[in-house]
Design a protein around this ligand. Structure first.
Ligand SMILES: [Fe+2]
Length: 380
């Protein structure tokens, strides 16, 4: 086997190996980035992103066990060298520096896996976990399709950011009760955008507390745009949600010891906001930025170009903790946003390449005809 045959090149998001698969090979990153990913149900968590000179797959090459995580190329042009078991044994037996490097990596990974999470779990049941993100800041992470909900208990005011699905409301209350909070203690519910997995339970708060959302989200929620489709998708009851305050970029939500700046961050939809506490470095980014740089998708009113601009704005923040709409809490927001920007550019160029490659001219004719028909209407 020549060295050249041991080197593979991957496109962005291309699978190198899958969790649970078998294979006795060690991989070394020659160029690009590789995400090591764990899947749990619908959740996909990037454990670590490896760059040039780093290696992975060392457990399977030693003991032949099934892969404990998936490896996915994070950017296009990622080149990876495969070292099979025979080569590995040769290198370990003949090159003490190589053997020490492998031992060093294994001991670091063992220590990391034993290290306590910086975010303590206060409560966990079949439906959700209550996790402390910072002092007086809590994540309620649902184990079904609902988005994460957050509670921020300020010295003057207490707010929630997103509330998850209506069906989870009893469990939301259980988490609040664990913190000694009653629904009546919540001064405001801020909705990050219009998607029902974030806002489904909001009607329970109508008439009890103030509900706020970006003006475009508020308009969609009040006029029930896409409501029927999303209601079916998430199996939610047919109950309207009233928005009391229509937010804008630059608004400030002052909780006393927390000061949350409202940032308009469109892309996932046209109506997304992020909240940022500059003093504490807390970034509530909903579906705009997720741990590991996972993108929230570009839906109906969204735009990938808007998404990139919003991520660039988030990149400029001095954030310390990322509190997303889905997935775990992250203490590496700068890495997360860097990867998300790379991925969003890759998505943009993949789409452009696809349209360049396809001969789709004929399919644009009916669209252009409808434009001509509209012009005719204007003439008459
Ligand atoms: Fe969403």
């Amino acid at each position: 086997m020549t060295i050249e045959k041991c080197i593979n090149e991957y496109d962005a998001s291309e699978m190198i190996f899958e969790e649970g698969s078998t294979g006795r090979e060690l991989f070394v990153v020659l160029d690009g980035k590789v995400d090591i990913v764990k899947n749990s149900g619908a959740d996909r968590t990037v454990i670590v992103t490896l760059g040039k000179g780093e290696f992975f797959g060392e457990m399977a090459v030693i003991d032949g066990s099934a892969r404990s995580a998936s490896a996915v190329a994070a950017i296009a042009g990622t080149r990876v060298m495969r070292i099979n078991h025979a080569r590995f044994v040769y290198l370990v037996s003949q090159q003490p520096a190589f053997a020490l490097m492998i031992m060093d990596a294994l001991s670091k990974r063992l220590r990391a896996s034993n290290a306590p999470s910086p975010f303590p779990i206060l409560l966990s049941n079949d439906v959700c976990s209550l996790i402390q993100a910072a002092e007086d800041v809590y994540q309620i992470r649902f184990k079904n399709r609902a988005a994460n909900a957050y509670l921020v208990r300020g010295s003057k005011r207490t707010i929630m950011i997103d509330v998850g699905l209506s069906s989870n409301y009893p469990h939301l209350l259980e988490c609040l009760q664990h913190l000694g909070i009653k629904p009546a203690d919540i001064d405001m519910v801020v909705l990050s955008h219009e998607h029902l997995d974030h806002i489904g339970a909001a009607y329970h708060f109508n008439g009890r507390t103030i509900i706020a959302a970006h003006r475009l989200a508020a308009n969609k929620i009040m006029l029930r745009d896409d409501f029927s489709m999303l209601r079916k998708m998430f199996n939610e009851p047919n109950v309207p949600i009233d928005i009391d305050i229509w937010l804008e970029e630059g608004n400030l939500i002052d909780l006393g010891n927390f000061r949350l700046n409202v940032m308009y961050t469109p892309g996932h939809t046209s109506a997304c906001i992020s909240l940022f506490d500059q003093d504490k470095g807390l970034l509530f980014a909903a579906d705009t930025l997720m741990p590991g740089g996972v993108m929230g998708g570009v839906f109906g009113s969204g735009s990938i170009a808007d998404y990139i601009q919003s991520l660039e704005r988030l990149k400029g923040l001095d954030s310390k903790i990322l509190l997303s709409g889905h997935g775990r809490l992250s203490d590496t927001p700068h890495d997360d946003v860097r990867i998300a920007i790379q991925r969003s550019h890759a998505l943009l160029s993949d789409t452009a390449q696809l349209f360049d490659a396809l001969d789709a001219r004929a399919n644009f004719d009916p669209i252009m005809q409808s434009v001509r028909d509209l012009n005719k209407l204007d003439d008459s």
